[in-house]
Design a protein around this ligand. Structure first.
Ligand code: ADP
Length: 184
């Protein structure tokens, strides 16, 4: 089963992904986590993307797609995956679809978490993870990038009839319950 967890920054994708991993026994692929790990370890990729993440802009599609398609070759993804933070542009979505099709697979469900903008900002500012992109100015940039470049990915998958819209406001458990009902 291949699932995309979609939504703006602060929507709770990472939190819900953690719960889904154990519930569905699926691995999690978060491009943001992979980038942050590479930055921490000062790898070549890390050096390449540091300033981009810091600014709240998007890593170039080519770099992201290469990273994801390499990652997907690992044995642990053989029964499926929960994508989080990817695809983030229509180009990335098209490349992912092509890759999956070539392997006789597809996206089974696209879960989008709906949360009002002010709540997103409040959540990011209060989560206190110490991320360098969690400042008010950078959150503004990330939300703008989301609206301009990422939101069109939703329509891309609406055309494929796999989208489940989830109300992302409530307790973590309530939202998880909505996700599991939508997937059942
Ligand atoms: P959030 O959803 O809170 O913005 P993520 O961890 O998903 O956090 O992403 C953090 C940053 O990593 C993004 O602002 C962007 O710079 C980079 N990034 C993550 N995934 C992608 C992607 N698929 N394409 C381009 N850039 C990405």
């Amino acid at each position: 089963m291949n699932i995309i967890l979609f939504g703006p920054p602060g929507a709770g994708k990472g939190t819900q992904a953690e719960k889904m991993i154990s519930h569905y026994n699926l691995p999690h692929l978060s491009t943001g986590n992979i980038f942050r790990e590479n930055i921490k370890n000062k790898t070549e990729l890390g050096k390449k993307v540091t300033l981009i993440l810091d600014a709240g802009k998007l890593v170039p599609d080519e770099t992201v797609v290469e990273l994801v398609t390499d990652e997907l070759k690992k044995e642990k993804y053989k029964s499926g995956v929960i994508f989080d933070g990817f695809p983030r542009t229509v180009k990335q979505a098209e490349e992912l679809d092509t890759y999956l099709q070539a392997n006789g697979e597809n996206i089974d469900t696209f879960i989008t978490l709906n949360v009002p903008e002010q709540e997103l900002i409040d959540r990011i500012l209060s989560r206190g993870q110490g991320r360098s992109d969690d400042t008010p100015e950078k959150i503004k940039t990330r939300l703008q990038v989301y609206r301009d470049e990422t939101e069109p990915v939703l329509n891309h998958y609406k055309n494929k009839d796999v989208v489940k819209e989830i109300d992302g406001v409530g307790t973590i458990e309530e939202i998880f319950e909505r996700i599991t009902s939508a997937l059942s």
